[in-house]
Design a protein around this ligand. Structure first.
Ligand code: GRF
Length: 220
C-alpha cells in the first residue's frame, strides 16, 4: 500500500545544510516526505535561499517582534498547524539548526511530533557549541543525535545516534564539519524510518522495526 509522503515543517536559523540534506534526500527518492514550509526566526539566512531554490514556501518570524516566548511560539504553532491542515494529525516539525527553545505550549500542540538534530552524543554536551564542549572535555568519540524535543535543552528521548571520531589536533571548525557530514546522513535516514513506520513513537517512546538506533555501528 502506498502512503502519502510524510509532511514536514522545518524550523531553521542559519545555514540550513541539514534542511538541504532533507531536500536532497526527497529529490533522490531516499525520503518519502514533503517539506510543506520552512520557518526561520532570522531574515536573510542561507536556509531561506535553499528552501526557495527547492520551491518550498518560507516564512520569517523574529522572536524579537513578539512580547513573550509564548506569543512567539503561538505564532509558530499557527504556521505549522496551517501547513499540516490537510494531514489529520500526521506530520513532523523538524528543528534543523533552529536556535530557539520551544515552550510547553508549542510542544503540547504537536505531542511527540517535534524532532531535533544535535551535534553531540546526548546526554553529553547539550546546548550551544557542543563540538567545542567535546574538545574541551577531551572525548575520543563524539557524534550526532536525532531526538524528540521536550521543554528542556536537548533532553528529549533519543531516536538515533551516529558516532564521529575526534582526531588529534582537531579544531572546533574541523570537528564541526566532520560531525555535520554525519548529521546530513542521520537526519534524512531517521525521517525516512518515521515516514515508513520502521520507527514509530508510541506514547513518547521509540519502537524500532528492523532498524537500529546506533547508526553506522557494527552490531556485536
Ligand atoms: C547543526 O550542527 C545542528 O546539529 C545544530 O546546528 C547546526 C545547524 O547547521 N543544531 P545547518 O543550519 O543545518 O547547516
Amino acid at each position: 500500500m502506498s502512503r502519502a509522503p510524510l509532511p514536514l515543517v522545518v524550523f531553521v536559523s542559519g545555514s540550513g545544510s541539514n534542511l538541504q540534506a532533507i531536500l536532497d534526500a526527497i529529490a533522490d527518492g531516499r525520503l518519502d516526505a514533503e517539506v510543506r514550509l520552512v520557518v526561520s526566526n532570522k531574515p536573510g539566512v542561507r536556509a531561506l535561499e535553499r528552501a526557495a531554490a527547492a520551491g518550498v514556501p518560507t516564512r520569517v518570524r523574529s522572536h524579537r517582534d513578539f512580547p513573550s516566548r509564548e506569543a512567539f511560539d503561538e505564532e509558530l504553532a499557527k504556521l505549522a498547524r496551517d501547513a499540516f491542515a490537510s494531514d489529520a494529525g500526521r506530520g513532523l516539525v523538524v528543528l534543523a539548526g533552529f536556535m530557539r527553545l520551544l515552550t510547553k505550549g508549542f510542544l503540547d500542540a504537536f505531542p511527540h511530533r517535534v524532532v531535533n538534530i544535535h551535534p553531540a552524543l546526548l546526554p553529553s554536551f547539550p546546548g550551544t557549541r557542543a563540538q567545542q564542549q567535546a574538545l574541551d572535555y577531551g572525548v575520543a568519540i563524539t557524534g550526532c543525535t536525532v531526538h524528540l524535543v521536550d521543554a528542556g535543552t536537548d533532553t528529549g528521548r533519543v531516536l538515533a545516534q551516529a558516532a564521529v571520531p575526534v582526531l588529534p589536533g582537531d579544531t572546533e571548525q574541523a570537528l564541526s564539519a566532520r560531525v555535520l557530514r554525519r548529521e546530513h546522513e542521520l537526519l534524512p535516514l531517521v525521517l525516512q524510518w518515521l515516514a515508513t513506520g520502521r520507527l514509530r513513537v508510541v506514547q513518547g517512546r521509540p519502537l524500532y522495526d528492523g532498524v537500529t538506533p546506533a547508526v553506522g555501528v557494527e552490531p556485536a
